[in-house]
Ligand binder design. Structure first.
Ligand SMILES: [Zn+2]
Length: 143
């Protein structure tokens, strides 16, 4: 039997990059789909910036942000301890800064951004999907 490598949660976590098709992402997608919205996966809206999914009809870009890496107020540590504390703080600050830059770039391109925390989806995927729907509707009203 060939050896099968199992990707550990810890490994994904430490790689420090946006991972694809995570559980919250899939849960949100299926809830959004259930509302009758159609989307495309992993398409760049602006160079270097690929939302988790986009709703082209509404020009809406949706990100499902991991609590740790993107600085969720409830679940991301605000203070690190130990020898690498400063490095971690810098890393997370860089992530947040990049998120902000991406939001601005997407906005400039005439798209709307919705960011959903991973924990929001875990708590209530339907409510998170409603937020996406609300954004889609509000965007449409403007043209
Ligand atoms: Zn969270």
């Amino acid at each position: 039997m060939p050896e099968i490598w199992t990707q550990t949660v810890k490994g994904q976590h430490l790689r420090g990059r946006r991972t694809r098709n995570t559980m919250p992402e899939i849960a949100l997608r299926s809830a959004v789909h259930g509302l009758g919205l159609r989307f495309r996966l992993h398409q760049a809206v602006v160079p270097q910036c690929t939302p988790d999914f986009i709703l082209p009809r509404y020009r809406l870009a949706v990100f499902v942000d991991g609590c740790f890496w993107h600085g969720c107020p409830a679940h991301s540590p605000t203070q690190f301890r130990g020898p690498n504390a400063e490095r971690w703080e810098r890393k997370l600050a860089t992530n947040r800064e990049r998120d902000r830059r991406n939001d601005q770039a997407i906005d400039k391109a005439g798209w709307q951004v919705v960011r959903v925390w991973e924990c929001e989806v875990r708590a209530d995927a339907a409510a998170a999907a409603d937020r996406v729907l609300a954004a889609a509707c509000s965007g449409r009203a403007g043209g």
